[in-house]
Design a protein around this ligand. Structure first.
Ligand SMILES: [Zn+2]
Length: 343
């Protein structure tokens, strides 16, 4: 099969011919129709996520089951599927209580610790494939369906975890990125009173507004907390979601919160933030979050199937052009998600 094989840190993506994967016991192979290309994949290539080379990267797939291994009963050839990103054990305490992102025996991630979706076929543990619900036109929209398993599911979890309601003003830091635009979309879907996109690239603000933001804040122009307070009549925002998580963005997020505000932190690099007594004084809630549960992926697919939410994939290119897409990701030039198309 044709695949993009990452051979080393920052190595260019080139199309190679590698052996077709064959499913072992408990595994299945899917023909990939499309795979999302986002910052998670980009961090893997840049060595910011640990990975062993050579590796086929990518995890946001739409696929069709092509073969199943011994003992696999829940999938059959022809089933349309997407993938769950984490390689969890399925039997520890956290897996059993539907919080499998905290799995005690996490074996890693699709596209980092096993080969992923930048290829014509993908082999995974059968339990990592999630069947697509009826009503989802995956043949016509494989890119949008593929990115749902992360770019929609992660914000769906955050809406619930941050308890976003009609009373809330929500600020999204890193709003122009793949998770950011979909967070704006989901906050609007959850009937937030006001949704504000914060980004350093004003060129992404049109897409933020299209995704559902009521207003935008240019972080490259002046203090973000002051701009957010100005937009909220001095009160500050009820929910801040920080997809960037540098010390600078998180500290700005803390200082932009209203009394009783909730701050959601995801991933991030570099040194951590420092906080003063604002958290206690204003009864702020600071929560970490990572990815989504399998159930939240299923619910996200259903939201897309019934047309409540439609993923924003602004760039679709053939698999062979992965390098060009990642050059754009590197420069921060992709608004929303990009996707590689296999057919
Ligand atoms: Zn587990």
């Amino acid at each position: 099969m044709k695949a993009i094989v990452l051979t080393g840190k920052n190595a260019p993506f080139a199309l190679e011919t590698v052996p077709d994967p064959v499913p072992g016991a408990g595994e299945a192979v899917a023909k990939v129709l499309a795979c999302g290309a986002g910052l998670t994949v980009h961090h893997t290539r840049a060595g910011r996520n640990p990975v062993e080379f050579p590796r086929i990267v990518g995890h946001e797939i739409t696929g069709e089951i092509a073969a199943v291994g011994a003992g696999v009963t829940q999938l059959k050839v022809g089933d349309p599927v997407t993938a769950y990103y984490y390689l969890t054990c399925g039997h520890c305490y956290w897996c059993r209580i539907n919080r499998e992102t905290l799995c005690d025996n996490l074996r890693g991630h699709v596209g980092r610790d096993c080969d992923g979706g930048y290829a014509e076929y993908i082999k995974l543990p059968a339990r990592n494939f999630i069947k697509l619900p009826a009503g989802l036109d995956w043949r016509k929209h494989p890119a949008e369906v593929g990115v749902t398993c992360d770019a929609i599911a992660t914000p769906v979890k955050l809406v619930r975890k941050a308890r976003i309601s009609h009373n809330d003003t929500v600020a999204v830091f890193g709003a122009g990125g793949g998770l950011g635009v979909h967070m704006l979309m989901l906050a609007r879907w959850a009937h937030a009173r006001s949704v504000i996109g914060v980004d350093v690239m004003a060129s992404k603000f049109d897409a933020c507004l299209r995704a559902g933001a009521h207003a935008t804040v240019d972080a490259s122009k002046g203090k973000v907390d002051e701009q957010l307070r100005e937009l909220t009549g001095g009160k500050g925002v009820d929910v801040a979601i920080d997809f960037v998580c540098t010390a600078e963005t998180t500290e700005a997020a803390i200082h932009s919160l209203n009394k009783g505000g909730r701050l959601m932190l995801l991933a991030g690099q570099g040194k951590g933030f420092q906080a003063d007594r604002t958290i206690q004084r204003n009864e702020l809630e600071v929560m970490g979050s990572r990815y989504a549960t399998r159930q939240e992926v299923i619910e996200s697919l259903e939201l897309v199937a019934r047309g409540d939410i439609w993923p924003m994939v602004n760039l679709k290119v053939p698999l062979a052009e992965a390098e060009a897409v990642h050059q754009q990701l590197d420069k921060g030039l992709v608004t929303g998600r990009a996707a590689l198309m296999m057919s």
